[in-house]
Ligand binder design. Structure first.
Ligand code: ATP
Length: 289
């Protein structure tokens, strides 16, 4: 029996998401603060005979071929290091797909960490982040997770301390959105830019109220034009007493931050009848490696 390596692939939320402009390469220049939450996919990787990469997943709508981001990560590592060895990648999906929670990116990052161990590649964090950036903009953040400022197209990572512990309620309306489509619909004039520096300062001094009052995402109003449930969920969360509420990434998942468990439970119960996928988890905040 060949060795099996396991990795947890946590979801992220954006505490702030700003777009500074459009770059010559077609990407947007972003400035975002991301943090990981305790809602994770689980990756299992095992060597097989031959030289093929096989991906299987527990979710219905995730591609199992070379379009899968975990496949892309394994393929890149095999090519870069000239490894002629087949692997089977099993992805147990818990993170909703195309939800603004970076599920696919986190699976790719977990695959890089897992193969670094399986094949004893001895890659440093910087080397893994460099491979990750070639797969997708959010993958570099997911290699280490925790809390960080991401700039450039999202691949340049500056670590931040963990925010104070709290509960996170995640609610995803029963629709998926394409990140590319949301960025295309964004008009750059008159954006209400988040106070990202103020958010960094609040995180650094452990100021929970300061974090909650600065939650801001320039993509939120764009997604609301297409998915009106985002606005409705925000309103319900605020009415039920969430300390801060925001859409994550390009959406449509909305998250609410809550200090006390009893209130988190009340919001979770209140949303369950209203919204398809609802989760109550803790902020992870600290780095994975
Ligand atoms: P982000 O927050 O980084 O924009 P997201 O949470 O909006 O990401 P994902 O769940 O990562 O979106 O999926 C986006 C698309 O990527 C899906 O529609 C799916 O077809 C494709 N995909 C490729 N690999 C995976 C994977 N391992 N898990 C989920 N989706 C994947």
């Amino acid at each position: 029996m060949s060795v099996k390596v396991l990795e947890k692939a946590p979801a992220k939320i954006n505490l702030a998401l700003d777009v500074l402009g459009k770059r010559a390469d077609g990407y947007h220049e972003v400035r975002m603060i991301m943090t990981t939450v305790d809602l994770s996919d689980h990756i299992e990787i095992q060597e097989t005979g031959g030289d093929r990469i096989r991906v299987r997943s527990s979710a219905l709508y995730v591609p199992e071929d070379e379009r899968n981001l975990a496949y892309k990560a394994a393929d890149l590592i095999k090519t870069r290091f000239g490894i002629k060895q087949g692997v089977e990648i099993w992805i147990k999906k818990e993170i909703p797909v195309a939800a603004g929670l970076a599920g696919g990116s986190s699976d790719a990052a977990a695959t890089i960490r897992a193969l670094n161990r399986l094949w004893r590649l001895g890659l440093s964090y910087e080397e893994m982040a460099e491979l990750a950036a070639a797969i997708g903009s959010d993958v570099a953040f997911c290699v280490r997770g925790g809390t960080a400022l991401a700039i450039g197209r999202g691949e340049k990572i500056e670590p931040l301390p963990a925010p104070p512990p709290c509960w996170v309620i995640l609610a995803k309306p029963p629709v998926s959105v394409s990140t590319a489509e949301i960025y295309q619909a964004l008009t750059l004039d008159h954006l209400a830019h988040p106070d990202t520096d103020g958010m960094i300062a609040a995180i650094e001094r452990g100021d929970y109220e300061g974090i909650c009052s600065r939650l801001s995402n320039v993509l939120e109003s764009v997604t609301i034009q297409k998915v009106e449930e985002v606005e409705q969920i925000k309103r319900v969360m605020a009415r039920l007493g969430a300390d801060g509420v925001l859409m994550s990434g390009s959406g449509p998942t909305v998250f609410g931050l809550v200090r006390h468990k009893s209130k988190a439970q009340r919001i979770y119960n209140g949303l369950r009848g209203f919204c398809g996928e609802v989760f109550m988890v803790r902020l992870l905040g600290g780095a994975l490696i």
